[in-house]
Design a binder for this molecule. Structure first.
Ligand SMILES: [Zn+2]
Length: 376
């Protein structure tokens, strides 16, 4: 299966110059400007609010048009990195040359990597105007949103991939498994109508979900499809582009999300292949609907269970939940919950069996706790 081959050959295709979540415009500039294989037509399509160039990379000559955009939220860089791995794939597909050629014969691919470079600069969600671009699909007051809609309308793509990151504390259904990737085919009305175009995105998501089960069984979730009138996915779906939202979540031992990046690479190329040979049309809506809804804030990075916490000369039993917080330049860990966390899970846990620990409060820096109980 193609997904297996992609997974195996990934390391040779990975863009080595990108290796962590806090990539900036300056990191991707040389990777765009130095591309000279001729496989991609590269153009600057506009600038961010602060004047950083936004690029379009186009490849292929096929009749099915597929448009992808990443990082409209500046601190959501996982898929941007995967897009550069995908560019490498099309330029040097090696043993998979036939597949790469087939995709480019059947599809025309339009990529806009890092739509929000000003947000990336600060490692923040919003753009430099403090607008959430994904709530600006109607007003189009941010230059980045304006560009995205302008090119959507100019190309009128059959498929649109809206690429994001989500917190790593979503679980896939009511399980202990993280939603390592979450999907959504956004609704285009309050009734959540499924028309032909929306159905296609469901089929394609089902296809990706199936391919990924080999690598991350039970670690896919889907988002609720409540209609969001100001969001991009919903409005692009409304215009007749089969829209697929991919959210890169968490997986154990992957703080820089490089494993999740690889899974994006596999999923997106698998989807291209499936679009090229129409394989996704074998899927049914129920295949999409069987993906469990993801559950927000089910997981912690760490849980210290059944600790005896001393305070005011008494001791009480509590679980302590710790999560990382992403600042613009680093991640810190803080205590986020204290109490009965029996309904939560964590990437790492320890049971204290009512042994006494130091006094803790919500908001405390958790570095000492992690060093004491989790680093051996
Ligand atoms: Zn996002």
């Amino acid at each position: 299966m193609l997904a297996d081959q992609l997974y195996k050959t990934y390391e040779t295709l990975k863009e080595q110059k990108l290796s962590h979540r806090r990539i900036k415009h300056i990191d991707i500039l040389p990777l765009i400007k130095s591309r000279n294989s001729g496989i991609f037509e590269i153009s600057e399509i506009g600038k961010s609010f602060e004047g950083r160039e936004i690029f379009l990379l186009k490849s292929g000559t096929g009749k099915t048009k597929v448009m992808l955009w990443s990082q409209m939220h500046g601190n959501e860089s996982t898929a941007t990195q995967a897009l550069f791995d995908i560019f490498n794939f099309f330029e040097n597909p090696g043993d998979l040359k036939d597949k790469a050629e087939l995709i480019l014969q059947n599809c025309t691919l339009y990529f806009i990597p890092m739509l929000n470079p000003d947000g990336a600069e600060r490692f923040q969600r919003r753009n430099a105007q403090d607008i959430d671009i994904n709530r600006d699909a109607l007003r189009l007051e941010s230059p980045e949103a304006k560009l995205l809609m302008k090119y959507r309308d100019a190309f009128n793509p059959d498929f649109g991939f809206n690429l994001h990151d989500q917190d790593s504390w979503y679980s896939a259904g009511n399980t202990k498994y993280p939603a390592t990737l979450s999907f959504l085919t956004p609704a285009f009305d309050n009734e959540k109508t499924i028309n032909e175009s929306r159905k296609k995105s469901m089929q394609l998501i089902a296809e990706m979900n199936e391919a990924l089960q080999n690598f991350i069984p039970n670690q896919m979730g889907r988002y609720s499809d409540d209609f969001m009138p100001t969001a991009f996915g919903d409005n692009i779906q409304k215009k007749g582009t089969s829209t697929i939202l991919i959210e890169s979540g968490g997986i154990a031992d992957d703080p820089e999300k490089q494993i999740v990046r690889k899974l994006n690479f596999v999923a997106i190329l698998h989807a291209f292949n499936s679009i090229s040979n129409d394989h996704f049309k074998e899927k049914i809506i129920a295949d999409y609907e069987k993906i469990p809804f993801n559950k927000k804030n089910k997981l912690f990075d760490y849980i210290i269970r059944n600790a005896a916490i001393p305070k005011n000369n008494i001791k009480y039993k509590a679980d302590i939940g710790i999560r990382s917080k992403s600042l613009h330049d680093k991640d810190i860990f803080t205590v986020e919950d204290i109490g009965d966390l029996s309904q939560n899970d964590a990437y790492s846990e320890i049971n204290m069996n009512e042994a006494e620990i130091i006094p803790v409060n919500i908001g405390d820096d958790a570095e000492f706790l992690i060093q004491t109980y989790f680093i051996f």
